[in-house]
Design a protein around this ligand. Structure first.
Ligand code: F6R
Length: 242
């Protein structure tokens, strides 16, 4: 994995959005998987702006959801659905036929996983994935201890994720389960962009980049991925060895 450190959140987001732009320019029918959360907000805003300004054709790209909170209506503010429509699908006018997200209210979540696996497989995998890093080192909802060999699956969320996840919602939610694509699918993605900013992420970044590479800290596994680039700001890099 390559590591790039930037002065601040803005310059980090610019660089990451440029990398995302190069990906869709070089593969106009890319399969794209995007994390939600606070970290990538500016990267996505800049990416969309640049696509529109430069008139890049993304009408043949296919978007898949990385993860979702189980049992929360998709249209509620705070869900991954809501985020992706707001930041990406509405501004880029992505038609429903060009996207597939997990249905968090499905009565058959196993079937949701099967469908997602089939879609990823039939499209020859993910061309570009943009990830954030959880406060416990999770990727998507692959929590500490997740298997390297997992495809899409339903997961009992770790206590940290349940607590931290409340920040996305206006009122307290019961978010005990998630649905996510697996570590195998993430690590097989052809281009991996991983983002982290702010002092709050400094400790987990140190562990992920300088600690043991282990499924007990999923983000550390990306160090074995030659196709991964990590973009962080100086605040997130504070605890790293110089
Ligand atoms: C959300 C997701 C999560 C977040 C991570 C960081 O779709 O996949 O893994 O990327 O929890 O969240 P923020 O960016 O809010 O710190």
């Amino acid at each position: 994995m390559e590591l790039h450190t930037f002065k601040d959140y803005h310059s980090m987001s610019h660089a990451a959005s440029d990398s995302m732009l190069r990906a869709v320019m070089s593969k106009p029918d890319a399969v794209i998987c995007l994390a939600t959360g606070h970290t990538p907000c500016l990267t996505y805003r800049l990416w969309v702006e640049k696509i529109l300004q430069k008139n890049i054709n993304v009408s043949n790209c296919f978007f898949i959801g990385l993860d979702e909170w189980v049992g929360i209506r998709a249209d509620k503010e705070g869900t991954c659905h809501h985020f992706l429509y707001n930041y990406i699908f509405h501004p880029l006018h992505v038609p429903e036929s060009n996207l597939h997200l997990f249905n968090p209210m499905s009565k058959n979540l196993e079937e949701e996983c099967v469908q997602m696996n089939e879609i990823i497989h039939s499209r020859n995998g993910i061309d570009m994935i943009t990830l954030g890093i959880g406060m416990n080192g999770h990727l998507g909802f692959n929590e500490p201890g997740a298997s390297l060999y997992n495809d899409a699956h339903v997961v009992k969320l770790d206590a940290t994720t349940q607590t931290v996840g409340q920040k996305y919602f206006a009122t307290v939610q019961s978010i005990s389960r998630g649905i996510t694509i697996g570590l195998r699918q993430i690590m097989q993605s052809k281009k991996i962009i991983v983002l982290a900013n702010g002092f709050g992420k400094a400790h987990i970044i140190k562990q992920a980049l300088e600690g043991k590479i282990s499924t007990s800290l999923p983000a550390s596994l990306l160090r074995n991925c030659h196709q991964a680039t990590c973009y962080i700001d100086e605040e997130a890099a504070t605890l790293l060895r110089k």
